[in-house]
Design a protein around this ligand. Structure first.
Ligand SMILES: [Mg+2]
Length: 173
């Protein structure tokens, strides 16, 4: 169950202490797209997200979107946010993470992953030894998320809660 526990838990991408991450040696931020950077119903990043990503670029972070969605879903975000992006990533499997790590020549300790799902984003990051950061999903219910994922996600939450490892709304970093 430890593999599902995020290193950091924050309300949203806007409440993460990026300066602290920088100081701890993080050089690259891997963002999940759906329900992390954007709601699933919008096809374009909003202005608030745009300015956040711009400020992260200014801080010197390499920002990359890593998503299990298809390329045509990712592309407009990649263009408007001016970042790199990986589609069809099959998180939590290691393949895409390893590829990114090789391309950008990054150590495990230099990468942080930000996402809204324990069973994909957090498990994937933890398996790689990256810093894992959980945020609340932008919309709590979305018909596009598969039923199986939703059920699994709920089960893992329940279990972590029972073990005293994660409680909804008890943020930490
Ligand atoms: Mg997501």
């Amino acid at each position: 169950m430890e593999k599902f526990r995020p290193d950091i838990y924050q309300k949203s991408i806007f409440t993460i202490d990026y300066n602290k991450l920088k100081k701890s040696g993080i050089k690259c931020l891997l963002f999940d797209l759906d329900n992390t950077l954007s709601s699933m119903s919008s096809n374009m990043p909003d202005t608030k997200t745009k300015s956040l990503i711009a400020s992260l670029n200014d801080l010197g972070f390499r920002v990359i979107i890593i998503s299990n969605s298809k390329k045509n879903r990712i592309e407009p975000f990649k263009d408007h946010l001016n970042v790199d992006a990986a589609a069809n990533s099959f998180k939590p499997f290691k393949n895409k993470y390893t590829k990114i790590q090789k391309i950008y020549n990054l150590k495990d300790t230099e990468i942080a992953c930000i996402g809204d799902q324990l069973v994909t984003d957090i498990l994937g990051a933890n398996r790689m030894g990256f810093t894992s950061i959980l945020v609340n999903p932008i919309s709590t219910y979305d018909f596009k998320i598969s039923k199986i994922t939703q059920i699994l996600e709920r089960k893992v939450y329940k279990k972590l809660n029972k073990m005293g490892l994660l409680t909804k709304g008890n943020y930490y970093d």
